[in-house]
Ligand binder design. Structure first.
Ligand code: NAG
Ligand code: NAG
Ligand code: NAG
Ligand code: NAG
Ligand code: NAG
Length: 835
């Protein structure tokens, strides 16, 4: 479907197809921007001592003092090869079998996770606070010091986890609280790499004692690190309780000023009713988050105080909180499957710095106002409500500046407040104040009640420990996960042996693989503390014929394939490596799913990419493609960070990395992307090629910092575009050859396809050639999004920073920053091709 672009509107366009904006800055006689000398120091943005916050990403890392320098998988990989691949499941026992045991399998399974790249073979990942540290789970005495000791415990070499000396990735710790109640009288402090986990079977509560000293129950943010570098922290299967603290004292249950690859899931926040001071979750130092979900907030003055760049919040219940969600800052927030009960306000977006907020698939009862909104006439405070059902005793569904503007259910339609681009109508590119647009969701995306599919991350608590296989404990098939043994063949043997039979447990560690790891139908996999699968070797050298690291099913396969808590990475510069390829579809929606699984290219110990990529992008084509959802696949993905490192998490090495591609979606059956981020990949972050039936809730992206004016590589360089199937790369032929700000990674690149329902996109550009001085009249990058011949595209919330054009449709500039100013740059509330 093509847009009618009125002449007046087209006249505002500054970069139409074929006539791009000339490159800024010094150019040579061919019009190619001159290369500016790099200044590593200038890369690091200044910290604002007044606000204590960065407006630019923090680019510092944590050096690993006790690095095991002899562990270099790219030089010495220990062979460990019993047999060749078996790509067919050999056994199916109709399992695993659920017996609802009274003990959580994870408490009982053999714990042999490691931290492979520090100088400590005896690093302990799993810490049981009762049996190892003497915490009192009866609630009678103070357990703060026992739990904190379990968190802090470091390595035998004397480095504690509090000391900021074990890197971001070198100190994985699962602090496990068996069932019971733990009283604490002072705050707990977490650090990067911490998983704080309760028992989902028996139930674990952490309760503030009546003598609690302090104003926060748990600090989730590592105090040694800026909020924007607080990665790899997880809190799950817990109840947090502040009922012993005076209800009118200012008190927070969880300070969650954290960023990507964090997981907050299955937590209940119990606060006193009629409180004027208690808040469930706060983010006083901000952050750059992706996802939280399956949370329940009871009581308190505020349930969730959102202060972050972007988020998807999924399956949240607010009961008796005066305000359920208070958004004090969010450029781009999507809330889905929200239940408000017994509140004054459900969602308060009336103040603060807000770009776009969506409320989807939600209900409310017994409250004054479901959404308390502001009413600006710019892109600020854009709001979309879709599929909302009003329960009993609701006075207002939406108020703007205190006046009721909506008091009905919203079903089959989207209620849009903000700038909307719709075809052929008088409303093209106009500001809307509560306009309803048809938003016909395909039934394959909404298996029940017209709601998009949402699935709680599995704890597998219904299975006994005998239904699990620790992959490091299979007799005859030794697997090491030690960061320098080749685990390929024995992993493949174990995976095929137990598919359809058992659940595989990958203890914390790094599993080096030199060829494809194949997960057939029937695979269920749990990774501990983001256990890593890491590619290595000559099978991954050829970008003309890329090889897959983790392959899920073959084309046409159907069945279960579920993954949680894994990291996909590379141990060397591997220009022919596709890290993940999903071909399989489920028999039921959600059979094929990834929760809290992430990609990381470089930026961490254990990879040559960390140490050898301080030069030019051409020297560091570190991976071909992160994730590929092929045409036969149907997958549910929740909380995924596809990160090519812009900085070193474990030290100070320069990271000028050119991963080819981010996420490529060709799937047609049904795809759900809940809370995903793809960053710093060279040609695109997201590409949808003839994709159909896709839901995306909150996509966040950033361009590679080394692109733009002055860069030694102008896209597609240092790659060559492969414009044919199955890659469909952009070739940037819409830009002049030397136009470096036009030839930057597409945030989202869409060709063909239909029924794409995308909500909340945050597309941020900060740098050109590593320098924050790129901004010229508010522009560091020319184009953000390409759409071409796509039908039934319903895109709510496109939000960008320092991009001139938000959308190029069918080769024409359609949505610009200048026409949609707001928030961090430009915001459009709705871009609908067929409404
Ligand atoms: C690099 O940048 C820093 C910070 O802006 C500045 O202090 C320093 O002088 C620069 N160095 C060079 C060699 O330009
Ligand atoms: C720091 O933040 C304050 C308050 O927002 C602002 O006035 C100031 O300009 C900022 N400083 C810098 C160096 O950006
Ligand atoms: C360091 O790595 C080497 C090579 O894998 C290994 O043999 C050794 O045990 C490790 N040393 C320590 C102290 O972790
Ligand atoms: C708090 O109020 C909620 C909502 O009215 C109610 O369901 C809950 O039982 C109350 N909690 C207590 C501890 O009274
Ligand atoms: C696999 O090799 C290991 C030694 O690397 C050996 O202990 C084991 O018995 C072998 N298993 C099989 C099934 O051959």
């Amino acid at each position: 479907m093509r847009f009618y672009v009125p002449a007046a509107f087209a006249g505002l366009a500054t970069c139409v197809y074929g006539t791009p904006v000339p490159a800024e800055g010094p150019v040579n006689s061919q019009g190619v921007p001159e290369q500016l000398p790099k200044n590593e120091t200038a890369l690091y943005p200044p910290y604002n001592y007044t606000t204590g916050r960065h407006d630019l990403p923090d680019l510092t890392g944590i050096p690993i003092k006790a690095l095991n320098a002899s562990k270099k998988p790219w030089e010495i990989v220990h062979p460990n090869s019993n047999r060749t691949h078996r790509f067919q499941a050999e056994a199916s026992c109709g399992g695993p079998t659920a017996t609802n045991p009274s003990t959580f399998w994870y408490e009982q399974i053999t714990h042999d996770g490691t931290s492979p790249f520090i100088n400590d073979n005896n690093w302990v990942v799993f810490r049981n606070v009762v049996t190892d540290y003497g915490a009192d789970n009866s609630g009678n005495s103070d357990s703060q010091s026992a739990i904190q000791n379990a968190i802090n415990d470091g390595s035998g070499s004397g480095n504690s986890r509090t000391s900021n000396s074990l890197g971001t990735t070198g100190q994985p710790a699962v602090v496990y609280l068996p069932a019971g109640t733990y009283t604490i009288n002072s705050p707990l402090q977490l650090y990067v790499g911490t998983v704080l986990m309760g028992d989902p079977v028996g139930g674990t509560t952490i309760k503030a004692g009546s003598g609690f000293s302090g104003s926060v129950l748990i600090y989730g943010k590592d105090p040694n690190q800026d909020s924007t570098t607080n990665f790899y922290i997880k809190v799950q299967h817990l109840t947090l309780d502040s009922n012993n603290v005076d209800k009118d004292t200012t008190f927070t249950l969880l300070d969650w000023s954290v960023s990507q690859a964090t997981q907050l899931s299955d937590v209940v926040f119990n606060m006193p009713n009629y409180s004027s001071g208690h808040t469930g979750v706060t983010m006083p130092e901000g952050g750059s988050g992706t996802f939280m979900g399956n949370l329940q907030f009871n009581g308190g003055v505020v349930g969730l105080n959102m202060d972050n760049q972007q988020y998807e919040g999924k399956s949240l219940t607010f009961n008796g909180c005066t305000t359920g969600i208070l958004v004090s800052h969010c450029y781009d927030c999507v809330f889905i499957d929200i239940t408000f009960m017994n509140n004054e306000y459900g969602l308060d977006v009336s103040g603060g710095n807000i770009g776009f907020v969506a409320l989807l698939d939600s209900t409310a009862s017994s409250l004054n106002t479901v959404v308390r909104a502001a009413a600006p006439s710019t892109g600020d405070h854009s709001l979309v409500i879709e599929n909302f059902v009003k329960g009993s005793s609701v006075t207002n569904v939406v108020t703007a500046n205190g006046k009721q503007v909506l008091n009905n259910n919203v079903q089959g339609q989207a209620w849009v407040y903000g700038n909307a681009y719709v075809p052929n109508g008088p409303n093209t590119g106009a500001h809307q104040r509560g306009t309803l647009y048809n938003s016909p969701r395909p039934s394959v995306l909404t298996p029940s009640n017209g709601d998009y599919l949402v699935i709680e991350p599995p704890s597998y608590k219904e299975y006994d420990v005998d239904q699990f296989i620790n992959v490091k404990q299979v007799s005859g098939y030794p697997v090491y996960g030690d960061g320098d043994t080749d685990d390929t063949n024995n992993l493949n043997a174990i995976i095929s042996m137990y598919a359809g039979c058992k659940i595989l447990f990958f203890p914390s560690g790094t599993y080096i693989v030199t060829n494809t790891i194949f997960f057939p139908a029937g695979s269920r996999v749990v990774g501990e503390a983001w256990a890593a699968i890491s590619a290595l070797g000559s099978n991954y050298y050829n970008p003309q014929s890329p090889n897959v690291m983790v392959q899920v099913g073959n084309a046409g396969d159907k069945g279960v394939a579920q993954f949680s808590g894994l990291l996909f990475t590379v141990a060397d510069v591997l220009q022919g490596c596709t890290l993940l390829e999903v071909n399989i579809a489920g028999n039921n929606p959600g059979d094929v799913a990834f929760w809290d699984c992430h990609f990381r290219i470089g930026g961490a110990a254990g990879s040559k990419v960390q140490t050898n990529c301080g030069g030019s992008p051409a020297q560091c084509k570190a991976a071909f493609l992160l994730g590929h959802l092929t045409s036969s696949s149907s997958a549910y993905i929740e909380n995924m960070w596809g990160w090519t490192a812009d900085h070193d998490l474990d030290g100070g090495h320069g990271q000028t990395i050119s991963t080819g591609r981010g996420l490529l979606v060709e799937a047609t059956a049904a795809t759900w992307l809940h809370g995903t981020a793809f960053e710093h990949n060279t040609l695109y972050q997201y590409s949808f090629q003839n994709a159909q039936n896709v839901f995306a809730g909150m996509q966040q992206s950033e361009t590679p910092y080394w692109q733009g004016n002055g860069s030694p590589s102008i896209a597609p360089a240092p790659w060559s575009s492969i414009t044919s199937s199955p890659y469909y790369d952009p070739d940037f032929s819409n830009c002049d050859n030397g136009d470096a700000q036009c030839r930057m990674a597409w945030f989202t690149y869409i060709n063909g396809g239909s029924n794409l329902f995308l909500y909340g996109a945050g597309f941020w550009t900060f740098f050109n050639d590593g320098s924050a001085d790129c901004s010229n009249n508010g522009v560091c990058q020319t184009n953000a999004v390409w759409t071409n011949d796509v039908s039934n595209l319903y895109w709510y919330g496109i939000n960008e920073h320092l991009n001139l054009n938000l959308v190029i449709n069918n080769g024409q500039v359609l949505v610009t920053q200048n026409n949609n100013p707001g928030s961090w740059g430009g915001v459009v509330a709705a871009y609908l091709t067929d409404s």
